[in-house]
Write a protein that binds this ligand. Structure first.
Ligand SMILES: [Zn+2]
Ligand SMILES: [Zn+2]
Length: 126
């Protein structure tokens, strides 16, 4: 038996580095806009009301912390954006904001979490 490795071309969006099987899909992605960065590194943010994170210890908690890094851009219609954040698919790309100092009241452990701007709001500094 001979193993045959099939070579297929993939096309990559320069904005989000997602690869697509068709040139058309990649072009469509690349043409789409990129969300303006809503928060800078170090910005203090919290998740909007009712939005809770699930800690591995089993406890829900609200996330408050400062942005440690901005990840992305990601294509806006990514399945996990809909699944994990309830964001409806739309055109364009968005960023994820990684937030630290997210201490679970159950296990007192610091967690790093990522959220899109849609579920975040700034915490006013005093
Ligand atoms: Zn893209
Ligand atoms: Zn916990």
């Amino acid at each position: 038996m001979k193993k045959i490795v099939k070579k297929t071309a993939t096309y990559r969006c320069d904005k989000c580095r997602t690869t697509y099987e068709t040139k058309k899909a990649a072009q469509k992605c690349e043409r789409a806009s990129v969300e303006k960065r809503a928060y800078r590194k170090g910005a203090l943010v919290r998740t909007c009301a009712k939005r809770v994170s699930k800690c591995p210890c089993g406890r829900d908690y609200y996330c408050v912390g400062s942005v440690v890094s901005v990840l992305g851009p990601y294509p806006y219609d990514h399945e996990w954006l809909l699944k994990d954040y309830g964001i409806k698919p739309g055109p364009g790309h968005l960023y994820l904001y990684e937030i630290a100092s997210d201490i679970c009241p159950g296990c007192r452990k610091l967690r790093l979490v990522q959220y899109p701007a849609a579920v975040l709001q700034p915490v006013p500094s005093r």
